[in-house]
Design a protein around this ligand. Structure first.
Ligand code: N01
Length: 539
């Protein structure tokens, strides 16, 4: 029997849970599907050694008092294991599980214009599926649900284990092995830092150095958190009022408007605070003015070079020459990364684009460098990131009006209205993905802003007997221009990595995020709603 729902939710991370809980509260019949075995979203897939969040407690959580009143974390930046426990707590408090099917990957979602509804298939495999129909389908895939596997010649020849950080299995053990890590994003930094002390030999392949910041991890005891909870509502409210959805925001002064001494003092204070303070509490123009940005790099370089003993390692990980603008690819948070890189069992190999030390191919035994040297390896860890924002959608057969595949519509680049909907795909929402404040923000901050708006919209449709909406083409085009204009004013626009889609060969290069910050995004969503959902045709 085909079950009918008011809404099908795809994905059991923060966004999926928010919708299931809130829509149910509003009286809707909702069902959630997830390919994984349980709640947790990205923390189900990213369980490599060292995987931990880079937003501090309590920012990385839902703002529902019924959840945080009865939960305390053990440290400022919890790891994936503790985050999974937190998701269990969400389940227990919000009674989620009864309306969910796990180990059910959504394989297809097709719009039926005559019936004004979606038909969704989900199941453990393509030939073992259930079918459901729904008025709305809400994709909560996260921005990083499709891994980027680089095409290195000889991958089929290599006899050891190749593992992507985003497809890790907890049973994988690196202890005492000869291991390589390719990639130095957040995943590469964390996994290298954690396994360096355990492995026989670690070879880290660096294409671009990560301008990593000190995490300043702290243990948190429950009584201290309890004492702090009076101001949690204030902190959660602040998430909607700051650029990145943290409890702090940019300094309104321009970087070069203050004296050198004053600037150094500001940088010192932010550095001492740790976490993303040095990234997102800094001078407001640091990501719009190259000369300003260079001052942050110079400060970073001086701080980090002192920690790296070997001159060759220092030159690769912390070059004197400015490698790229600071902060326009997300800096990672490290604890003792540079000390681990100092270890004798750790080799750093620069595979800079166009350089002569690149990886030529994989052999049966390991990696063959351009120089002819072969590095023998038991395991190769690909910390090579994700086909972000749009990649997750490519794994699902999504068809809108007249059978139009979403992959076809987005083949030359994605487009949207409000970073939530796209034309010709009625009653379809996507969260924490393309054109949202996604990459610059604390995940749950963006998710709550978007999800609150989506739930209100769905309620508005019910209250006003509206069966479906579609995005107007003109409104979508205008929003696309707005996204580009916002991005083009900043240095993020030149970023070499996933913010612009440049990390995936052949992917259209475009601004994938809303670069105006969360407060501007909140204002625009509110305005759209106030104008009776401007830009949408309501039928
Ligand atoms: O991926 P990345 P990530 N040959 O794309 C290199 C979130 N996250 O998984 O810069 C050699 O940042 C690539 O080099 P380059 C977080 O938002 C959060 O680390 O293109 N190298 C780069 O060094 C994060 O920002 C957490 O020159 C290749 C690396 O691989 C986002 O996810 C933890 C290559 C990819 O870095 C993505 O982070 C983990 C190739 N062919 C992830 N292809 C926390 O909360 C790519 N690279 C802490």
């Amino acid at each position: 029997m085909t079950e009918h729902y008011d809404a099908v939710v795809v994905g059991g991370g923060f966004a999926g849970i928010y919708h299931l809980y809130m829509l149910r509260k509003l009286g809707f019949k909702v069902h959630l599907y997830d390919a994984a075995a349980d709640f947790g979203g990205i923390w189900r897939l990213n369980c490599y050694p060292g995987a931990r969040v880079d937003s501090e407690v309590p920012l990385y959580g839902l703002s529902f008092p019924e959840v945080w009143r009865s939960w305390n974390f053990s440290c400022k930046y919890p790891d994936y294991k503790e985050l999974r426990q937190y998701f269990n707590h969400l389940d227990e408090k919000l009674q989620l599980r009864k309306d969910c099917s796990f180990n059910h990957r959504v394989h297809s979602a097709h719009w039926d214009d005559a019936a004004q509804q979606w038909t969704v298939t989900a199941g453990p495999s393509k030939d073992k599926t259930v079918t459901a129909t729904a008025q709305h389908v809400i994709f909560c895939l996260g921005f990083a649900s499709k891994v980027n596997i680089p095409n290195i010649p000889g991958m089929d020849k290599y006899k050891g284990q190749i593992i992507h950080t985003g497809e890790w299995e907890e049973s994988i053990d690196c202890t005492g092995k000869k291991v390589a890590v390719i990639g130095t994003g957040a995943s590469g930094i964390q996994v290298s830092q954690e396994i360096g002390p355990l492995v026989d030999r670690l070879t880290v392949f660096v294409r671009t150095p990560n301008l990593a910041l000190p995490m300043r991890q702290q243990k948190l005891d429950a009584s201290a958190q309890e004492a702090f909870k009076d101001i949690y509502p204030e902190i959660f409210d602040k998430r909607k009022k700051t650029f990145g959805g943290f409890h702090y925001d940019f300094d309104p002064r321009a970087t070069l408007s203050v004296s050198d001494e004053e600037r150094q003092q500001v940088f010192e204070e932010l550095w001492a605070r740790g976490g993303f303070h040095f990234w997102l509490e800094t001078f407001h123009d640091l990501y719009a003015d190259k000369a300003a940005n260079k001052t942050a790099y110079d400060f970073w370089q001086k701080k980090v070079e002192q920690r790296i003993q070997d001159p060759k390692k220092r030159e690769i990980l912390c070059p004197k020459e400015w490698p790229h603008t600071f902060g326009t690819v997300r800096p990672s948070l490290e604890q003792n990364y540079y000390e681990v890189m100092n270890q004798d069992n750790v080799e750093i190999v620069s595979i800079k684009r166009g350089g002569d030390e690149g990886i030529k191919e994989l052999t049966e035994k390991g990696v063959l460098l351009n120089s002819g040297r072969e590095v023998e390896l038991d395991q190769i860890i690909l910390a090579t990131g994700f086909d972000t924002h749009t990649g997750g959608f490519k794994q699902i057969d999504i068809r809108g009006k007249d059978g139009l595949p979403l992959t076809e519509k987005w083949s030359q680049g994605c487009n949207s209205l409000n970073g939530l909907n796209t034309s010709k795909f009625p009653n379809l929402f996507f969260l924490y993905g393309p054109h949202g404040p996604t990459a610059y923000s604390n995940g749950p901050s963006t998710v709550e802003v978007q999800a609150e708006w989506v739930c209100e919209f769905i309620k508005y449709m019910r209250d006003n007997k509206i069966a479906s909406f579609d995005v107007q083409g003109e409104a979508e085009a205008k929003f696309g221009e707005h996204i580009n204009e916002l991005s083009a004013k900043t240095l993020f626009h030149e970023s070499h990595g996933w913010y612009m889609g440049r990390n995936i060969p052949g992917k259209p290069v475009q601004a994938l995020n809303f670069t105006g910050g969360i407060p501007m995004y909140v204002t625009e969503l509110a305005e759209c709603k106030k104008q009776g959902y401007a830009g949408y045709d309501l039928v």
